[in-house]
Design a protein around this ligand. Sequence first.
Ligand code: TEU
Ligand code: CA
Length: 563
Amino acid sequence: MTKLWWQNAVVYQVYPKSFQDSNDDGIGDLRGIINRLDYIKELGADIIWLNPIYKSPDIDGGYDIADYQNINPTFGNMDDFECLLKTAHQKGLKIMMDLVVNHSSSDHEWFKKSIGSTDKNNKYRDYYVWRDPVDGHEPNNWGSFFSGPAWTFDEKSGQYYLHLFAKEQPDLNWDNPEVRNSIFDMMNWWAGKGIDGFRMDVISLISKPKDLPDAPKEEGAAYGNAGEIIANGPHVHEYLKEMNQKVLSKHDWITVGETAGVTTEEAKRYANMDESELNMVFQFEHVSLDGNKNTALGKWSDTKTSLIDLRANLAKWQKNLSGKAWNSLYWSNHDQPRTVSRFGNDAPKYRKVSAKMLAAVLHFMQGTPYIYQGEEIGMTNIYFTDINQYRDLESINAYHELVEQEHLLPSETMIKYLAAHSRDNARTPMQWNGTENAGFSKVTPWLPVNPNYKLINVKDALNDKNSVFYFYQKLIKLRHELPIITDGVFNLVEGNESDQEVFAYTRQNEEESLLVIANFTDKVVEREYRVLDNSKLLIQNYKDIVKNNELRPYEVRVYLYEK
Ligand code: TEU
Ligand code: CA
């Protein structure tokens, strides 16, 4: 296997709005990120993925872009961006940008010229997906991912436009070659600035099925589940190959497609080693195991993911992509709950130890690991208790739809589900220190700081040699030093498939093998693993080993054996 630079790199994800405020308006910004680059460097990450920083009305955290070639003034200006890129490069950090081209903002010039137009010669009309009403209704039953219908009526032209997300996020028409070329030109323009790659928002949804048929509808649901029939549509691979030829193949970039609805079979096409499309994809399966299958409630629940399901899923991705395509590895991002609250245990007694265990389990797998800001200090969910505390439109709309319109749930239940799954859990400001507003801003932030910032913050983590931070730092260092972490073949330890408490796997290459053993429970468990003589204990999250065959709560041990 020829190694590509991004295969043993580690990505650190920055959500600019919540990372560091530099001008006291309560909102993070580019200067704030520049001021914190040394921190990311200290952690050891190689690449920063920046969530969208483009001009945007910010209906959906900047995923509604009004101008792809300008910076949102709230975050700074193009000089600030160029300074960020240059400073990052001087420090040896790369910058991966977010590419949001399934849809634009309804404030984008293209859409403003498109809406309301009946002019047959107006080329912008065909930049979006317009359809006539059917029997006075929407053209089909598709629901928006953010509640309500996926269609909005335009009085002036008498047609509906498609928006899989908010009505302020109209879907672009990828079947129009001019749309594709405009997007490719814009990408090449960013290449000219010297960026290092793109993370591609919902790229699996760009090619809509022919004739836009109705989608399957769950019982009690108001609309059809469009995602299911749109994902991996008829021309998606053709369009990505075209993008590859016209843009990606010209640059030594890292590219990752966010691919809701992707299977391992599909991933082998998106992220094939032949490099004809993308480097890797974000799959959604392991972060959907705690949702509801085939009910109108979708992701809203408060059940915990079972270890059996989680392991089966991660192992499937490791095995099926091995040697054929490249995995991305993540526990969280700006759309997901906090890692330690979701998969570990955020009670004070177990927070640090379980955060480290999860980190090790992920970082010893094959693929490129992504760390979401704050994960490296074990930040937790915020557990809001009132719907008025939320800012995210997905959470707010879901509450209104499920509780008030459809009466599928009592309010208290939905509040519990939101506390477990709302995207705002990930978006609370970065906790830098124990001073007011956690050192994020001098003024009240746009979203409250988690009250636990006095106990969980970067300053304390840097002062504690046993912190979660230094554990992550060590994992990154090990990945950079040991080729086996990048190229070793993954296998579950024999019999581990049915173990409800311990996750145990190996990695093997010709020279070495790794053994990872992790207790996912808050109990002491006994297991006999064959740890070969001369094995070296590479990393562990307890100070010592009392008994070889005993794993304490959330204990993880990783052994390296030289053959
Ligand atoms: O997310 C895509 C996506 O699939 C989301 O609808 C996801 O299912 C949801 O957020 C999880 O609850 C991307 C971005 O990451 C997200 O922030 C945007 O809101 C969305 O696309 C639209 O651009
Ligand atoms: Ca600011």
